[in-house]
Each structure stands twice: as C-alpha cells, then as structure tokens.
Design a protein around this ligand. Sequence first.
Ligand code: B3K
Ligand code: ZN
Length: 848
Amino acid sequence: AQTIYLADYAPFTHTVEQVHLTFRLAPGATRVLSRISFAPTPNAPAGPFFLHGEQLNLISARIDGAPVTPEVTATGLTCPVPDGPFTWEAEVEISPETNTALEGLYMSRSMYCTQCEAEGFRKITFYPDRPDVMAPFTVRIESDLPVLLSNGNPTGNGDGWAEWTDPWPKPAYLFALVAGELVNHADRFTTASGRDVELNIWVRPGDEHKCAFGMDALKRSMQWDEEVYGREYDLDVFNIVAVDDFNMGAMENKGLNIFNSSAVLASPETSTDANFERIEGIIAHEYFHNWTGNRITCRDWFQLCLKEGLTVFRDQQFTGDMRSHAVKRIEDVLMLRGRQFREDNGPLAHPVRPESFVEINNFYTATVYEKGAEVIGMLKRLVGDDAYYQALDLYFDRHDGQACTIEDWLKVFEDTTGRDLSQFKRWYAQAGTPRVRVDEAWSPGPKGGTYTLHLRQTTPPTPGQPDKEPLVIPVAVGLLSPNGDEVVPTQVLEFTEVSQAFKFEGLASRPVPSILRGFSAPVILERQSSADERAFLLAHDTDPFNKWEAGRGLAKDVLSRTIAGKPAPTASFVDALHAMAADTRLDPAFRALALRLPAQDDMAQTLFDSGLTPDPLQIYSALRHLRETIAAQMGGLLADLYDEMAVPGPYRPDAEDSGRRSLRQAALSYLTLIDGGARARTQFAGADNMTEQLGALSCLLDIGAADTALADFRTQWQNDRLVMDKWFGLQVSLAPPDTAAVRANALTEDRDFDWKNPNRFRAVIGGLAMNPAGFHDPSGASYALVTDWLIRLDPVNPQTTARMSTAFETWKRYDADRQGMIRENLERLAATPGLSRDTTEMVSRILA
Ligand code: B3K
Ligand code: ZN
C-alpha cells in the first residue's frame, strides 16, 4: 500500500462550482447520478484529470453532454477533459446492503445512511474526494421510504422523492444522506440574530422517549457557541439521526449529524450518568464542528487536528461550563493519560500533525484529538484569554469558507499577539510525551529567602524521531507556606530551554510548590516528593487539579512500593483519603474522583515510565489489596457517605445529582468488599435508574456474586440493544483475570452476539482489552481470542478491526513471555491473506 506524505501536497487540478446528485435507492443496486461543474484551478500544477472512486460500477459518463469512456482503476478514473470549464455527468451503481464496512452509503437495519469522513464519498460516486475541494451541493433522493434526508435545507418533496440544497460550499467528507422509517423529536431554536431553526432528532419508532436530553444538550450547545465564540447556526434546519451500526461516536455532516445511537439516545432507566455526560459532550462536539470543521475545514488530512483538537477543546470548555471545571479537567487528564500517553509512549506514537500515513482512518487518534486539544489549551494559557478570543475572531473572519492548515491557525495568533510561535509549533511536529524534571533550591536571606525551581525537559525518541528539540511548556506554579497559606498565587512560567531556572524571592520560609497546576501542559512531571508533602498538598492546595493529583501521587506511590515489595506509606495515604472524603466543603463529584484508585493500565504505564516491567497480575492484586485496606479502615465513613449521598426525588442527570451518585457509588464499591454485597443487592433490586442499577451490578461482578443479577438484568433489558451492550461489556471487563478469556469466548457464542455490529463487538472484544489483568493472562488465551476475532472482522469491517488492534499497542511494556505470545499473534494477524490496508498499517507499526 502507498504511503501519503504531507510534503507532497498539491492542489487539485480543478475547482468544483456546483454538485448535483440524484440517488435512486435500492438495497442491492442503488443508482447515483452526478452532475458536477468543474473549472481549471488557476496556477494548479498540470496533470491528468483524476476522480477518486472505489467499488463503483460505472454505468455511463458524459462531458458537456457527450459520452466519454474514462479509464477506471481500483482507486478512481482518469479522463481527457476540455481546457476550460466543463460539466461532468456520471451514473454509477452501488450496493448499500452489502456494505458491511460502514463507510460510504450503507444499510443499518433497513435504514440507509452514510459515513464519508475521511474518504467514504469515493464509494458513492466519482469525485475529487479531498477536503480542499469545496462546493455547494443539491441532492435529490428517490425512494418509497417515508423520511429522506440530506445536508442543508429542504427545497422540495413529493411522492417518493425529496430534494435538499446546501448553500455552503463543503468538502465531500461532510456529505450525508439518510432514508428510513424514522420518527422525529422536534424542537426549535432562535439564533441571536433571529434566525428560526427547526431542530430534529430522528430515531426508530420506539426510541422517541430517548431524545429529550439530546435535544436539550443541542440547544444548550447552540446557545453556548453564540455566547462564548459568537458563532451562530447558518441553516434553517439541523437534523440529528441515530444509527445502530456505526464505526465511531458521531459525525458532523453539514446540517445532518449522524450519531451512533449510543451517543445520542438517553433515558434515566437505560443510561448512566456517564452516558448522559458523554452524550452531552458529543452533541456539543458535533455541533461545534459546524464552525470549526465545516465552515472552516482542513486543507488535507494531515491537518486533521485543526478541526479535531480545536473542537475537542471547545467541547471540553462547554462541559466545564455546564458542569464543573475542576471535575472535567481531572476527567480529561485521566483520559489523556489513559489513552494518549499510552499511545505517545509506544510504537504508535505520532505527532499531533502526522507527516505521513497509509490509511487516514488510522489517525483519528487520542494524539490528534486529545493532545491536539491540550496544545490549544497551552496556547490559550500562554497568550491569555482575551488574546485567545481575539485570535479566534480573526480566524473565523479570515478563513471562513476555506480549507486551512496549522500554519494558518498559528498565524492568527501571531498576528493578534505579535508573538513568534515557531518554537511553539514543535508541539504539532514532535511526537512523544515530554518529561519535565524538577529540582529545587532554597537559600534563606536577610530580606527573605529565595526559592529556585530548576526545570529540565527531555522528550524520549519515538518512531522516526530519534532527536527532539525543546518545547515551549507553560508550567503553572503556585507556592504554599508551610502553614498551608498560598504565598505565591498561580503564575505561568514559560519554560523554553532544555534547562531553565525560575526564582521566587522574598519568601519568609521555604515554600511547598504546587507545580503544573490545572495540568497546564501534557507532560510527565518527574519530581522527588515525600508522602508528607503529598498529604500536605492534598489537604491545602488551592488548585483542585493538583489537590487531586497529590492524592493520585500518593496512591501510585503506595501501589508501586507494594508491587516492589517495599514498605509503603499506606497509613498516611488512607488518613489523607479519609480527611478528603469526609470534607463536606468539597464537591461530591470531586471526592468521588479522589476515592477512585488509579486504573490498572495507568499503573502499568506509570511503572513502565519509571523503567520497570509491569506485571498486570501484580498490579491487579496490589489494587485489590489497597481497596480492601481502604474498605476496612474507612468502613464507617464510607457507610455514612453511602447513606448521605442517596439522591431523593426523580432522577436528574445534572452535575449535582450525578456527583452525589458517583460519590455514593465510590463508597459502594469499597463497601461491597466488606459487606458481602448486601448493599449492592438491595440497590440492584430497588434501582429506578441505570446509574444505580449498573453500579450495583459492577460491584457484584467485582466480588464474583453477580450470577442472579446478570440473569435478571438480561430478562429486563433483552430488547434494548444499548443496555445489552453494557451487559455484554461489563461481564468481560470485570471478569477475574483467569476467567476473562473464557467469559469473553462464551459471550461470543451467545445468541445475541451480533459481531458485525461495532458496539456489540467492542463490548465483548474491546471489553477484554479493557480488562488488563485478564487480557494479559499468562496463558495467552486472551491474546489468541482477540486475534482470532480481529482476523474474522477484518474483511467485514477494516476500520473497526484496525482500531481494535491498538489493544496490543502496549506490548513492549511487558515481559519476554508475554511479548513473545503477542508477537506471535500479531504476526499471525499480519500474515492473514487479504488483510485490509487499515489493519496491515496498524500491525506493521505496532510490530516495528
Ligand atoms: N469527524 C468524525 C470522525 C470521523 C472518523 C472517520 N474515521 C467525528 C468527530 O470527530 O466529530
Ligand atoms: Zn470531531
């Protein structure tokens, strides 16, 4: 397969002035008629006229009305064309019903839908399928199905047809079409300038009661983008459609967002608090793309972070505003460390803006999305809020309607602030998580002492990048006096050299530093810190992130020492945890986060980063042991919390109630270890919402006492696919290590294991990968099972297969036996005849 390089970018030979599409829908033989006006691109490099096209049956083609016979290959066609403007017409036949890859036009339970990003449009018709070719579209859909949708505004319909016009020039990856027997949950929104917008969430009959929350989230997103970024919606209608078979969360097609039903449908009985929060975030994310992604798009796919990093950053801000900034920041860092650090410190490490790829779908990664958002957060911290929003205004002003690059993005900041961002730009080019080592010095003096922070940065080598340059790292620091007062409030140090000293003068006594407040940069801080100092910060830090981080550091310290067979400061950790959990001045959601111990995979990464070979079983046991110790020593407080945090009244998914429930759940998860599951059983039996029902079920699974509950749960929910995904997933991800593979295998034989449905496949096979001790069971059974299923899924759905192969991305962390077994399985996967380009690229990068 061919590697594509950023350095080879060249504009398309032609511009597209207008696209007309007609779809005659039929499951096995849909006809797509296109009429496209092309004109030569001024100053474009000369070259043959080439249109992308894959798996298309070309019926006929015409240029300016005269039949032509293009040369068609597996990837597209070339054709002699006139020197000036011309009209291209083509008719192709495609088969949505056999499209199991879920890219292009496909069918999901008798409904037609599309997924074009990144390069799915070329499976619909011949077209210059690249984001820098933008054009207005009109679409006519012919079908007997009652609901026919496409992008833009409805401009006509009749018996068996509908027409849509999208006036905003867009790249083909934002094209969408939906046809099916759907019902809508409708609402309206009036924009700041008075445009009346019709809003719809389209679902299958029977799911109508699961739309209200998503609709509310949409309206809040629309209003927030007006208030915070001054961005208004720009069409008469905004449609969202829920689809059961979808490769990811959702897609921001212009005016017609298509969602995995798990990312939009919500009801108290079937969705957890975490589901509600995720849905709110995804609705916001896709809506925000209307400006950051759609009105301003990417010049080429190397610039993906231009829209994704920025849109993630915006949805994080939104969730913070809707809920709690402190809690959201901690959740985001947990996710960053759990997914992005793992990627950035392994064989799949790549820059936020990659410079080459084989299959672009493999680069919708935590690095592009989450680290891409961190880079924007750092930029905002460096220039300040006012300059940030001025730069954004300039960005929208200057680039509306264009396909842009990271250079364009940084230039608006340079023009707004007069700063030179060339060093900052390295964040986009350099892969790997930087390490920042901290040394301190204190020298007392007659006019007060001087405290010096000495920082050193290094970034370890990553594939293709042996040597790294120093980055611009904003390090937010505050200083506390030994009595707990803040003597130096937060300031942002601009750390730009390999090694740099920062002095604080006139201090009465040696301070305790709080470094990297708010996690001001995506780096690993290396600093010797005593258990006492951590306990002090946990008690006194005014920065909520670092307060939480201090507790996290203590927990990791206890776990690492336990694993190494060294004496661990368990008592001081439990004391500090107790004080924090009992502190009623703190938000329950924050206390719940503080009570949550590091995840197994986070511990494995932490041990690996400090030069050790993690043993997943040891991590599992150390965590278990620590949880039992906490439960035994804090049982009284936890039992009180469990009672006090009960939420009276009808279920509401807001921050306050869900925060109380999460603290209550944290308490329950410890209490279950000492009460034999009594509380969990009662809660399970009496729960009137999924948060409490699933929370109780998890606790019972955790102590191996869930058989009855699992059976009851299934009986209750067997007709709800999204809830059954939870049933499948949880039993695998929470199975005891030595039984996980057996459990997963048994579930793959279940009558409801619909493996071609990505949500179900992810629940079971992904669930196994999310159970680290089970996945890395020394027998190797899980490695073999996951590999067998990847081999089976690949010809059906390459994109999801490639994504799931990242289960193996951490293999170099582990011991020789495990590495040997993983290598064997990866080689077996790589040797599969006809393996997709997607999976081939992933496996070869993981193995390299
Ligand atoms: N832009 C889409 C992701 C498309 C993934 C293609 N493999 C959803 C999002 O980021 O909002
Ligand atoms: Zn996005």
